[in-house]
Design a protein around this ligand. Sequence first.
Ligand SMILES: C[S@@+](CC[C@H](N)C(=O)[O-])C[C@H]1O[C@@H](n2cnc3c(N)ncnc32)[C@H](O)[C@@H]1O
Length: 227
Amino acid sequence: MDNMKLKDIEMFWKSVLHSQYFPSKENNSCWWDVTEQEKLEKIVRHLSDPNTKERKKIREILVKNDIYSVLDAGCGVGTELESYKSHNMDIEYVGMEKSNRMLEIAKTRHPYNKFVYGDVNEMPFPDNSFEAVILKHVLEHLPDYRSAVNEAVRVASKIVIIDFFHKLWPFDFRKRHREGFWENWYSKRKFEKFITDLPVSNYEVFTTTGTSRQTAEIYVLHKERFI
Ligand SMILES: C[S@@+](CC[C@H](N)C(=O)[O-])C[C@H]1O[C@@H](n2cnc3c(N)ncnc32)[C@H](O)[C@@H]1O
């Protein structure tokens, strides 16, 4: 497969080893389940780094497409907002989350910004409400990506940015840690077939590097023709 790194293969094998077929005790939770305050703050600081390659690429995409309003769907603790603030970007930002705990932390960290409760599969907004909808590191954690992407395309007026924290794969591999929490590796061929059937005029793919040195992939779906 194109641009495959050793790190990608290593991460994939870790997923296989800790899949639903071979569950391990230490690997059945995710960072947003961490209860220890000090540990959580450390993770949040790490994830809020505005200078990662993925964040830099997302900022470039927003600038290039003249985006001034963003829905960050599955916003976690509002880490993406940190990226715009630190670069003085003129963005009207709304964060949406299904986890009340994440929302609470996001609101504490950014008391003057708007965060709402909502499910990416059923976004509580009318059609074309935001110029861009971002799904960053979210689709991998859903049992299926289709309804979330459909919703993002409905709610966005210009573009949808989908940032996969690891590479799309030659086949679907579903990793279920526990009920309601997945870490899936999706088939590139199937995902690209799915997005070409959506009401979008075209799409771009950017390959970059994630925080564990793995390949991360960013898809930009354009509702208007992009030249
Ligand atoms: C890995 S975190 C990514 C957070 C943020 N986008 C970032 O890049 O820092 C995934 C987030 O998606 C949220 N999430 C998972 N399923 C969701 C759903 N169905 N609707 C809304 N948020 C969801 C989780 O609560 C979690 O905060």
